[in-house]
Design a protein around this ligand. Structure first.
Ligand SMILES: CC(C)(COP(=O)(O)OP(=O)(O)OC[C@H]1O[C@@H](n2cnc3c(N)ncnc32)[C@H](O)[C@@H]1OP(=O)(O)O)[C@@H](O)C(=O)NCCC(=O)NCCS
Length: 143
């Protein structure tokens, strides 16, 4: 289970502010813009960047009307390459709700390996949800 869609303008502002906050340096998030018509179609980036251990968690979302066209695959290839090359990451982690098949498929296609199940990892409206832990290591990555 992931964060529910935002319904209030203030909630969106809060998320944008979080990713604009530069001093902490543990996260970034890029806006995805389609080349053909310059439409904003999604976001992707890293959070929980731990420089000491050369690892970070990857996050991403595409607006539903743009699903199934390979945009996130293309974007994540670039994001992952940047993580390994510029951020000097050794390990990129992804946490995904166990029923999020599209996201799991995408991670597997990118070479992420499933490492385990995090039981009751996320809580929404008083209900707990299991998540898979996936990871990709720098030495496994073929750009
Ligand atoms: C997870 C999510 C990003 C996946 O988006 P997506 O559009 O399915 O993923 P991709 O960009 O990899 O698209 C792959 C699909 O495009 C198709 N495709 C078309 N042209 C393609 C191309 N040139 N290259 C690759 N795939 C292409 C593939 O066949 C594949 O279709 P299929 O899944 O029906 O087999 C999206 O479902 C989403 O935003 N979900 C909500 C937020 C979320 O869950 N985030 C992740 C939390 S862990």
């Amino acid at each position: 289970m992931d964060e529910p869609p935002v319904t209030e303008y203030a909630q969106a502002q809060e998320i944008i502010q979080f990713y604009l906050e530069p001093e902490e340096g543990t996260h970034n998030r890029w806006l995805m813009v389609r080349k053909s018509d310059h439409r904003s179609i999604g976001t992707c980036g890293f959070h929980k960047w731990d420089k000491r251990y050369f690892r970070a968690e990857i996050g991403y979302d595409v607006s539903p009307s743009f699903w199934g066209q390979g945009y996130m695959m293309e974007a994540l290839r670039a994001v992952i390459a940047s993580g390994f090359e510029h951020m000097r990451l050794n390990r990129i982690e992804a946490l995904v709700y166990i029923e999020n098949d599209r996201s799991i498929q995408l991670l597997r296609r990118l070479g992420f390996k499933q490492e385990g199940v995090l039981r009751d990892y996320f809580c929404l409206d008083g209900k707990f949800y299991d998540h898979y832990l996936f990871a990709l290591l720098q030495r496994e990555w073929k750009s």
